[in-house]
Write a protein that binds this ligand. Structure first.
Ligand SMILES: [Zn+2]
Length: 287
């Protein structure tokens, strides 16, 4: 996608107050034991610097509310983390706190409580330290929003009973609220693709009191679109791939929404019709 087409799309977002919001998800920032879910500290810092210079770093609440408002006059970017890796407290969180970049940090409570490594790290052959309860409390005290990422990082696409849903959703929310003193408002489904989410689990997330859930399906949040299901895209370790997301490739912005559930949306205001100029070939299905 050419730079000119991207610039044309950005101008149309500007004139129509229709900027999409991009919510990035990362897992681990570290300079050691780099794997597919890690990014080096200097690369992460460069990305955060770019966001600060070229976009409006925003909390999930700010993005959710602008979804409801139905218009967005600036390019909002959200930063989130999944799982809860101990090393994030050495690099990532200090960078974000120093630069006042809002972040929602989703943790799976079982690993934080026990110190046991995550199953995906065991499967990968290199175990890594999860955060401790003290670290989660400290992050919350430093202004980091804590979010729920289940108890045992299970796949919600599998059939689950009510008792298990309570342990993995309701009890986690209560526990994190006790640890942090915050209201836990957002839930991130582990693995986060369509196959890992069911309507029953979504219902349980809202019944437990969360405001919204996030997935990892890749994509943007168009103003006036869903507010209670926010879509995230991967925080790519490479800068070119990162830029490809954040400079509005229309194939990504207008790609088909991969997840469609009954979504517990609040009453939406009636929005005026827009005449958004979309460069040709923009509706191509993403690979
Ligand atoms: Zn996860």
């Amino acid at each position: 996608m050419t730079r000119a087409r991207r610039a044309q799309l950005t101008r149309s977002f500007e004139s129509d107050c229709a900027f999409p919001a991009c919510i990035l998800f990362y897992h681990r920032v570290s300079n050691q034991t780099i794997n597919d879910w890690s990014i080096r500290a200097k690369n992460f810092e460069r990305q955060m610097y770019w966001i600060k210079q070229n976009a409006t770093p925003s909390s999930l609440d700010e993005i959710r509310l602008s979804q409801l408002k139905g218009s967005r006059s600036k390019a909002m970017v959200g930063v989130t983390f999944d799982d809860g890796y101990g090393e994030n407290c050495e690099f990532a969180i200090p960078i974000l706190v120093e630069h006042k970049i809002p972040v929602t940090y989703f943790v799976s409570t079982h690993y934080v409580e026990t110190g046991e490594p995550f199953p995906h790290d065991i499967a990968n052959g290199k175990v890594l330290r999860p955060n401790t309860i003290a670290e989660v409390k400290r992050m919350a005290a430093d202004g980091v929003e804590i979010g729920a990422h289940s108890h045992t990082h299970l796949d919600f696409g599998k059939p689950l009973g009510k008792k298990q849903l309570k342990i993995e959703i309701n009890d986690v929310r209560k526990k994190l609220q006790d640890w942090t003193g915050q209201s836990i408002d957002y839930f991130a489904f582990p693995y986060g693709l369509k196959a890992n989410i069911t309507q029953g689990a979504i219902d349980a997330v809202f019944e437990a009191g969360h405001k919204s859930f996030v997935c990892a399906a890749g994509g943007f949040n168009l103003p006036g679109g869903k507010a209670n299901h926010l879509v995230r895209c991967h925080g790519e370790p490479g800068f070119a791939a990162f830029m490809n997301w954040l400079t509005f490739d229309p194939r990504k912005v207008f790609g088909n929404s991969p997840i469609n559930f009954q979504n517990h949306e609040p009453q939406m205001p009636t929005l005026p019709q827009r005449t958004l100029v979309v460069p040709e070939s923009s509706h191509a299905v993403l690979n």
